[in-house]
Structures are given as C-alpha cells and as structure tokens.
Design a protein around this ligand. Structure first.
Ligand SMILES: Cc1cc2nc3c(=O)[nH]c(=O)nc-3n(C[C@H](O)[C@H](O)[C@H](O)COP(=O)(O)O)c2cc1C
Length: 167
C-alpha cells in the first residue's frame, strides 16, 4: 500500500510498504523505527494509506491514527522472516545517507558473522505499526466516470457512518 505520513509542520511524504495484516485493530505494517516515516509518526501519529487494483479499477483509501505494535507482535513477525531479510534489517540504517553499496554489504557480512551461531533477534529499532482507521473509502470505477465512492467515517459515538460521495 502507499503510506503517507506528515511532519508536525505539515510536510507530507509517501512510500510503499507491505500491508502484512488487517485485523480488528487496524492495518499492520513493519518498518524501521528510526527512518523518515517513523520520525513523522513520532511527532504526528496520523497516516493515510492507499491500496489500488488497476485491473479491477478499485481503490481503498484509509486514514487514521498510528501506534506501535506490541513487541510480541513484532517479534513473532520478525521470527517468520527469511534469514537474509532478518540480517538486512540489522544492516540497513533506513533513510540514512550511506557512502556506497559496499558499506551495506560490509554491514551484512558483519551481522551474518555476529549471528552465525545464535538466533537473529529483532533489532529494537524495527517493528510494526498499526493504523487504526477513522475513515475508509471504497472507490469502484464505472462507466461514464460515474464511479462509486462509498465512505465509512467513524462518528463520535454512533459507530461507522456510511455515505456515498460524488465521484
Ligand atoms: C513493493 C515495496 C514494498 C516495500 N515494503 C516495505 C515495508 O514493508 N516496510 C518498509 O519499511 N519499507 C518498505 N519498502 C520501502 C519503502 O518504500 C521505503 O523506501 C522505506 O520504507 C523508507 O521509507 P522512509 O524513508 O519514508 O521511512 C517497500 C518498497 C516497495 C517498492
């Protein structure tokens, strides 16, 4: 999904992340807790996300508040990752400027050596975030540009308010 975050000053940025889980709490993705998006979320814990299926002419828009997943949730997902992905997590200071590719490869070799005889645990600076939606819009492309847009908006006490929007 495309994930948009914003600095406290209102400067937006967007990138793709993998939507790893959709559950009662919200949309779960995993990332580095020190990268650009993490800094945004720390000072402004709101995000918007987009899922788009070109062939089906479908879009889902989500907006909501973001919080960190529990350490247990992050640990269990980290454990399920392939070994090279685990090492890559250790080796990448996400969003930092680095001198060259060799630098990354050397870090990878170093962490491969470090975890040679023991389990590769989750680095403390990597884990999940959950977007708890307050707004979800389903967009379906239709003929003559008369597309369907159905919005679910979380009301104060009435639960979800469902409305149709003009395309
Ligand atoms: C298909 C695809 C999937 C990606 N999945 C993730 C992901 O799940 N988590 C992540 O941190 N970055 C993922 N990335 C990389 C991000 O787009 C981005 O480069 C990175 O998270 C750094 O973003 P930031 O500097 O805004 O924090 C993915 C990129 C692509 C193209």
């Amino acid at each position: 999904m495309t994930l948009a975050t914003c600095t406290a000053e209102g400067k937006p940025s967007a990138r793709i992340v993998l939507l790893k889980e959709l559950n009662k709490e919200g949309l779960v993705f995993f990332t580095n807790y020190q990268g650009h998006k993490a800094k945004d979320i720390l000072s402004n814990p709101y995000a918007a996300a987009i899922l788009f299926w070109a062939d089906l002419e479908r879009q889902v828009r989500v907006e909501g508040q973001v919080k960190k997943a529990t350490a247990e949730r992050s640990d269990s997902y980290f454990k399920s990752r392939p070994q090279l992905s685990k090492l890559g997590t250790w080796a990448s200071p996400q969003s930092s400027v680095i001198p060259n590719r060799k630098y990354l490869e050397q870090l990878m070799t170093m962490f491969n050596e470090k975890f040679k005889d023991k389990e590769t645990e989750r680095p403390a600076n990597w884990g999940g975030y959950i977007i708890k939606p307050t707004l979800v819009e389903f967009w379906q492309g239709r003929e003559s540009r008369l597309h369907d847009r159905i919005q679910y908006r979380l009301g104060n006490s009435d639960g979800w308010i469902i409305e149709r929007l003009a395309p």
